[in-house]
Design a protein around this ligand. Structure first.
Ligand SMILES: [Zn+2]
Length: 176
């Protein structure tokens, strides 16, 4: 029933067209929340269909994103738990020195993953906080609307696509 609208690119806000591309790409990606990708499609939450003349970041929209963020956070938390348990299980028996070396490498990777997950969880919490403060959904740099589709692809986004692109270019220049 919802099929007609699901892949609809155009929205009332024209600047969402650009975002939809990335949203779609993420939606196709492996469903793993920790990769920093989409969450909207992962938790059975349908893309938001704003009513005609609905105000951007209306109560309904804020609640929509709050649900997404909460579901994402819950999933990440359980992933962190799982990582911890795996590490505890595996560290119990280590007969061979080579095994140990391999395992230490694996642990290092696990720890980095966990670190990423923790940072992501913190970002999610900040976004939930922003929703509470009615601060959510607007670009931190230029103040324009980030857009529903971009936020559904990246619910923790704090920059519009233009400012984000610019920031990435600057970052590359600084690192190169
Ligand atoms: Zn901006």
């Amino acid at each position: 029933m919802a099929n007609d609208n699901q892949n609809q690119v155009l929205d009332e806000n024209t600047d969402l067209v650009v975002d939809d591309k990335s949203a779609k790409r993420v939606r196709k990606a492996k469903p793993k929340a920790s990769e920093g990708g989409s969450t909207a499609s992962l938790f059975g939450i349908e893309p938001y269909q704003p009513k005609k003349n609905e105000e951007y970041m209306s109560e309904g929209q804020l609640e929509h994103f709050r649900q997404i963020l909460l579901a994402w956070k819950a999933e990440l938390m359980s992933e962190v738990d799982r990582t911890l348990n795996t590490m505890q299980d595996e560290s119990s028996s280590l007969p061979d020195v080579n095994d140990r070396a391999t395992q230490e490498e694996e642990f290092a990777i696990e720890l980095r993953t966990r670190d990423r997950e923790r940072k992501l969880i913190r970002k999610i919490e900040q976004s939930i906080e922003a929703i509470k403060n009615d601060d959510y959904g607007f670009c931190e740099t230029c103040g324009i609307e980030i857009g529903l589709r971009r936020l559904e692809a990246r619910p923790t986004a704090t920059l519009c696509i233009d400012c984000k692109t610019l920031a990435e270019i600057k970052e590359k220049q600084n690192n190169g």
